[in-house]
Write a protein that binds this ligand. Structure first.
Ligand code: FAD
Length: 298
């Protein structure tokens, strides 16, 4: 399996965007079968470069995340990034987890602070890490993994000092050894461009800054997600969602159109690729990639 930083280097040199997908570990065996036997095969037709698998709030999916990452790599031959977090974990436990990840032949991790379950405030575990930059430094000491981190074009919801302070903290993660940055979802590309320009010009960041795009599937669901992560729904988008209401089929079609425009503009303006928050569903992402086929053909 490849290192994600090498994937970006090769594709960027060839002038092609990197396409990647995020999945979450399903809760049931039926969900596993759907993901591994239906969703991923459908998405493989779009020739993705890699995927990533989330780590449940509070570390609740530890074994499941690893099982899914392992099966994706072995059964589909697709490079998979394992997310891991600082929540409820000591250094020793994270060290053991990294050994397990390594023994599965997984070379890429996304290092996160994580959020506790049930929307509680983050508490440092005694013997653990307070910020993800400390986790990145710890992983980097092992000199084995390619490390990604999270970036927030609108600033992280808990950063009281504002987005410039949060972007300064992102710079610390990169200095600690991060190789690439995947952003939180956003709906106004101007937020991404301002973030990227600040990181590149003010902080001289050279690692790939990758926009995370979510194809909207349902109005109530996206309101819930954005309330949790603090992303803004711009006025015209909110009005359109209000108009479509609970008609999820119409919302999903509109979501394809909206994300297609977002991706076209991002790629035209130098984004190194697109990371899709698939929500373990293939239809919208496949449709968006079909719309973008001229831009993403390898
Ligand atoms: P950090 O980088 O530690 O930042 C947390 C807060 O502390 C921020 O407000 C930051 O500004 C501040 N901060 C950082 N350093 C300092 C410092 N030195 N001094 C003062 N303040 C500081 N969550 C999961 O539980 N599982 C997942 O799989 C998962 N995947 C994600 C994938 C992506 C692409 C993204 C964008 C988010 C993901 N999350 C996931 C959510 C993430 O864990 C939360 O947003 C979390 O609250 C912040 O994580 P972080 O790694 O950015 O934290």
């Amino acid at each position: 399996m490849q290192l994600v930083r090498d994937i970006y280097a090769a594709k960027t040199a060839a002038g092609r965007p990197v396409i990647s997908f995020e999945f979450f570990p399903p809760k049931t065996e039926e969900g596993d079968r759907n993901l591994l036997e239906k969703t991923i095969p459908a998405l493989m037709q779009a020739n993705p470069d890699y995927c990533s698998v989330t780590y449940g709030a509070g570390g609740s999916t530890r074994d499941k995340t690893l099982m899914i990452v392992d099966r994706i790599q072995k059964e589909h031959g697709l490079t998979a990034v394992a997310h891991l977090t600082c929540v409820c974990a000591t250094r020793e436990q994270i060290g053991e987890l990294l050994s397990q990840i390594r023994s599965l032949g997984v070379k890429n991790v996304l290092a996160l602070r994580g959020d506790p379950p049930n929307g509680a405030e983050f508490q440092v575990t005694p013997g653990g890490f307070e910020f993800s930059s400390e986790l990145v430094r710890f992983i980097r000491e092992q000199d084995h993994f390619c490390i990604g981190v999270a970036g927030f074009p609108e600033g992280h919801i808990a950063c009281k000092e504002g987005k410039l302070a949060d972007w300064q903290h992102l710079k610390q993660k990169i200095e600690a050894g991060a190789d690439f940055v995947i952003t939180q979802l956003f709906f106004d590309n101007a937020d991404f461009f301002a973030f990227r320009d600040h990181m590149m010009k003010r902080h001289s960041v050279k690692v790939p800054l990758i926009p995370g795009i979510i194809p909207i599937q349902s109005a109530s669901q996206i309101k819930r997600f954005t309330a949790l992560c603090g992303a803004r729904i711009p006025g015209p988008l909110a009005a359109k969602l209000e108009q479509l209401g609970e008609d999820d089929a119409a919302v999903a079609d509109f979501g394809i159109e909206y994300a297609t425009h977002q991706c076209e503009e991002l790629l035209r303006n130098g984004a190194p690729g697109i990371h899709f928050y698939t929500l373990n569903k293939a239809r919208s992402t496949v449709a968006i990639l079909k719309n973008l086929s001229a831009a993403v053909a390898s």
